[in-house]
Design a protein around this ligand. Sequence first.
Ligand SMILES: Nc1ncnc2c1ncn2[C@@H]1O[C@H](COP(=O)(O)OP(=O)(O)OP(=O)(O)O)[C@@H](O)[C@H]1O
Ligand SMILES: [Mg+2]
Length: 1107
Amino acid sequence: MEVKTSLLDNMIGVGDMVLLEPLNEDSFIMNLRNRFDHNEIYTYIGSVVISMNPYRSLPIYTPQKVEEYRNRNFYELSPHIYALADEAYRSLRDQDKDQCILITGESGAGKTEASKLVMSYVAAVCGKGQEVNKVKEQLLQSNPVLEAFGNAKTMRNDNSSRFGKYMDIEFDFKGDPLGGVISNYLLEKSRVCKQPRGERNFHIFYQLLSGASDDTLMKLKLDRDFSKYNYLSLDSANVNGLDDAASFRTVRNAMQIVGFMEAEVQSVLELVAAVLKLGNIEFKPESRVNGFDESRVKDKNDLKEMCELLGIEQSVLERAFSYRTVEAKMEKMSTTLNVAQAYYARDALAKNLYSRLFSWLVTRINESIKAQAKTRHKVMGVLDIYGFEIFEEGDNSFEQFIINYCNEKLQQIFIELTLREEQEEYIREDIEWTNIEYFNNAVICDLIENNQNGILAMLDEECLRPGTVTDDTFLDKLNTICAEHQHFESRLNKNSKFLTDHSLPHSCFRIQHYAGKVLYRVEGFVDKNNDLLYRDLSQAMYKATHSLMRQLFPEGNPAKVNLKRPPTAGFQFKASVGVLMKNLQTKNPNYIRCIKPNDKKVAHIFTDSLVCHQVRYLGLVENVRVRRAGYAFRQPYESCLERYKMLCKKTWPHWRGPARDGVEVLLTDCSVPTEEFAYGRSKIFIRNPRTLFTLEERRRACLEDLATLIQKIYRGWKSRTHFLLLKKSQVVVAAWYRRYAQQNKYQKIKSATLVMQSFIRGWKARNILRQLKYEKRCKEAVTTIAAYWHGTQARMELRRLKTEARNKRAVSVIWAYWQGTKVRREYRKFFRANAGKKIYDFTIQRIMQKYFLGLKTTTMSPMDNSWPAKPYGFLEGAHTQLRRIFHLWRCKKYRGQFTEEKKAVYEEKLEASEIFKDKKALYPSSVSQPFKGDYLEIQKNPKYQKLNSAMEEKVLLADLVNKINRANGKGSPRLFLLTKSNFVLADQKTGQVKASVPLPDLASVSVSTQSDGFFALKLKEGSASASKGDFLLSSEHLIEIITKLHRIGTTAADRDQINIDISDEFLVQFKQDKVCVKFIQGGPKNGNSAACKRKNNRLLEVSVPSP
Ligand SMILES: Nc1ncnc2c1ncn2[C@@H]1O[C@H](COP(=O)(O)OP(=O)(O)OP(=O)(O)O)[C@@H](O)[C@H]1O
Ligand SMILES: [Mg+2]
């Protein structure tokens, strides 16, 4: 919900002076001071904003502030310039009323800043978009340009505007800015040539010299040193807090944004340079024959440079500084100028040049910012014009007179418009209009501007009058004509009361302005009003090739010679003020009255006397009086009711009827005297601020009660909510806890039930089981008993049957025996002689038959040694013989199946058995291995092809052996080949024959008794091969090799049998020595194979792993 705030909330002092009680100058200033000390620089007088210059930046112009004041009613928030800007902008946009914002105040009071704040606020709140933003930017950027050329540092203000400015900002129907028009008033051009002590010339001169590049300065023929220029005061060339160089860049940038062409900027700077050069032209007197002095340019260098800069012929300008052409009645006369006149002419030219340049700049900016669209515009005018100026000790001159005249006019229109507005509001609200007593300054305006006998008219008259015209003659004229005027005071007045007034010097006159009395010194009035520029100079300027220069001096065009005097400054000003006033009268005025708190340009200092002076001449107290002449305070019924409804039970908290009735009820209930208020159509008018404050006071008290009530209710509500929350939480927690507890309990009961159930079921089951078991046992017992019973019965029956059968059998046996006996007795006599032999034979035959059939079980394998045991002792001999015969027979059968080769193999095997069986431990492992002979596959293996072809006979055995080296006992692999007549040792890799020994040379072979594969081939002493010595070899196929060697020896008829020596120690004849080879049983740690080791020169030890 939006909370309706009011200006009256949290007020420091009073925010609206209309409510000031008691109202007098002191309380007025006290209130301003009080607010200023609390950083409240804005205060209202009704809709007028008083602005105190804080001389420091306050955080009250932020975008947040803009948002805060945007679309809010004027009296809703504490006083602010934004509130005024917002009010003006909204009534322009929404009510289609043209607005003007009149900003007044003395120099340094903050007028220019205020105007910029208004413009920036409007720029921030109005529409957005590329085109709109460009317009806004151009409008805002016109300020730095005009400030550079029109502002200067003065004693009162470091950035003092030395011209009056009125800017119309034009908006379309939506409130978007379209463009603007700037009007300038009375530039203080005297500053160009001379500045008071402690002040400076216009900023642009210093900015140009500080900020322009060397190149630019060279082009402009300028020097950076300020001291080189007569027109520039030196004592305050550098101002604290002003960076001229940076400002120059800002100005150039702003000119670019506003739309100045580069050439235009250059032309402007050339003219600025020309003014500086002009100031440096000096003159010297040259005596003429007629005794008069004639002026001559002293040093022509600056003149020359200036002429070059502007494209003026030097001689033309030089002449214009020495002569003057006077035209009268179609006659031209040339008179010489003395040095003083030359200086006057020079300064007049400089002043004119500069002020025309300034006006041209304004026109040029207007050209850029003028609204493009031709539709009807809404206009917001912002007037930043110099305020009332009163210098002490009568230092007020023509300028102050003009300025104060302008302010009089403004005051007049202020009074007019304020009263008009008041009156209009009263009529609008249907309130009776009571005439308001106030001071109308129309009479002062009339004193100045009256066309017949106004001061300005008389000044013009004096200026135009032939004959000697001086400031004194002008004063005399005033003294005669204005003598009777009650606001005009002069020493030489006919009015005798001033004759003895020593505060009024003879050369001065005094005007009682609405804001106070001002003493004007008449010196310079005539000259300044004349503002004379010799035609020769303007013609010289027109001859320049510089196009802007020509443009500025159109009267110099010889084709358009105008003998009429140009209008005087006073006349021009009056006219432009007249136009301005007309313009302002058509608009809805909004006032900003700026006040400066001190002369020191510092923050936090509030000089009462200075503020009092300003309050006085701005007529602010007067302003309040006018404002509250009828009713001090007014407020729409809705707002009034909203604000004070709590004061009456009937209106609190809601009033259901129309707001006006509510206010009526409210005020009656509050016992406000009826003369204190009046009911308008939409507003309630309160006559006295005190009434309002009483209402406010009661409201505050009521608010406290309400606050307590609200607090009470709120606290109650909060506690209740908290309690309800707690309660709800407690219920939830309790529910959860109960659920949890019940779940636990249920689980326990469930498990207990289950246990019980299981126990009961178990118990029941066991009972049933027991029952069943019992039943089963009973059943089984019955069965068993029955079985036993049946068994017993059966057995008894069996026994009985058996007995019966036995008895039967016994009977039959006995019978048989008896029969037999009987038969034998009977027949014994017939058979006794041969029956015995027959039975015997038959029995023997039967026994033999059974015996032979029993032998049938033996197998045909010769290896099978099994033979049934003899059944009868009498068969022993036959049994042994039969076994031998059968074995021989089945061996024969077995042999019969053999092929020749197989036979040979078996023969070899047999032979091996004969040689090694039970003699060498290696033998048993060789039995199962067939003798393969050619282990190397020498026939097929291409590797041994060469070796194979070297063999002349059939190779019986080819194997890989190790030849044991005597030196270390290590073996080196050799191929061992055996044929019928010799054995060969060949290299394993190359297959090259190392040794070929005919078998006849082999005497014996020695092997050990153990499971090793070592064997020594001993050669016959004296044989051809013996020279190489014996061979100690080892082979995996030792048994086969030796068997084959032995067999060759046995089968060869022409050869001795080879001896096979089996012993664990034998001698081997190596080349020279005999070496003993000894075999010992090594532990299993030696590995699986036998290892030969040289023990000493005569002993090689072979350790054989134990089996
Ligand atoms: N609202 C403000 N906040 C901060 N400083 C301010 C404010 N208003 C004015 N000033 C300060 O005061 C100085 C003078 O203000 P400004 O130039 O607006 O005065 P002025 O009334 O235009 O004077 P002049 O008539 O000489 O042009 C400014 O340069 C600025 O430093
Ligand atoms: Mg200013």
